[in-house]
Design a protein around this ligand. Structure first.
Ligand code: SAM
Length: 295
């Protein structure tokens, strides 16, 4: 492996080369820094001080292998590292779950605002339908100790990842993981939920082929495919929710660009929702539709 200064030189050269490869491949430069920091603890300070990472063997070898997978196979960095930072939480992710997106934090924010305005007694139940890694359910349980979260997914592999995340955040007492399709596992809670949130699959099937390779090749199709018009699952979430919600409850979903007006219209037409609101994400996209279910 050579002396520490020889290692620093190799790391510096590799970093410069990886930054060039990232640019050519359209991968954000910060991913190189994240990889070096996460795997070697080699950040800007260490670089500045010319400090070599500690450890046995050749520390560059694993980083180089991971980076090759990132560039050549287009595997998302979060899967390669097995984790993501989201909504202030560290979450385990594997290819069995969608990588939680920054814009999905908006759903948690809107639920939190509603909870501030509508205080609920301890033990009140919210459902997170299509929980994937458990991100939304865990964030809500973490920030709102009065809530119990029912986190549903039809993928047992996804629920296994969610289970790890629930345990890692010590939320086993208040986050229940339920296997099944949408409302089916929620039958015992008919008419009792005080909130329902979901980031369902909403991409029209025909558009899946044109998604970026990171998503198309590596994220679970089951997490993306919204059927022919992209609205199959949203339709169900709108239609069935009134049977499961208690009067004066919260309802919110994430949607893709262009779907929000349709969702808002459908809610309006049902006559049992008030305060129907569309919220834009940081990119200005109408991303979340929320409503107050009056019963
Ligand atoms: C877009 S992902 C959202 C994951 C996570 N909630 C998030 O925001 O990062 C949609 C999730 O819905 C789940 N799903 C798909 N079809 C389902 C169904 N019929 N019933 C329950 N969950 C389903 C997928 O397995 C996937 O985990």
């Amino acid at each position: 492996m050579g002396s520490p200064s020889a290692l620093v030189k190799r790391l510096t050269e590799w970093r410069a080369q990886a930054l060039r490869a990232a640019k050519a491949a359209g991968i954000p430069a910060e991913e190189v820094e994240i990889l070096l920091r996460e795997r070697l603890g080699w950040g800007p300070l260490e670089r500045l001080m010319g400090r070599a990472p500690a450890g046995e063997g050749d520390p560059l070898e694993e980083v180089q292998a991971l980076w090759r997978q990132r560039v050549e196979e287009r595997i998302p960095l979060q899967y390669l590292l097995g984790k993501v930072e989201w909504a202030g939480l560290s979450l385990r992710v594997t290819p069995a779950v969608l990588i939680p997106r920054p814009e999905t934090e908006l759903l948690v924010e809107q639920a939190s605002l509603w909870l501030q305005a509508n205080p609920l007694p301890p033990g009140s139940c919210f459902a997170d339908l299509g929980t994937g890694s458990g991100a939304i359910a865990i964030a809500l349980a973490h920030h709102h100790p009065q809530l119990r979260l029912l986190a549903v997914d039809s993928s047992p592999e996804a629920l296994a990842v969610a289970a790890d995340n629930v345990v890692a955040h010590h939320l086993q007492e208040r986050v229940n993981l339920l296997l099944g399709s949408w409302f089916v596992p929620l039958d015992p809670w008919r008419g009792q939920l005080r909130g329902l949130v979901s980031n369902p699959p909403y991409i029209p099937s025909a558009e899946l082929a044109s998604l970026m390779p990171e998503v198309r090749l590596h994220e679970p199709r089951q997490a993306l495919d919204g059927g022919e018009d992209g609205l199959a699952h949203l339709r169900l979430l709108i239609q069935a929710a009134p049977d499961y919600l208690a009067p004066n409850s919260f309802w919110a979903v994430e949607v893709m660009r262009g779907q929000a007006p349709w969702v808002a219209e459908q809610l309006q037409a049902r006559g049992c929702y008030r305060q129907i609101q569309v919220h834009r994400d940081l990119a200005g996209v109408e991303r979340v539709v929320s409503a107050h279910f009056v019963g």
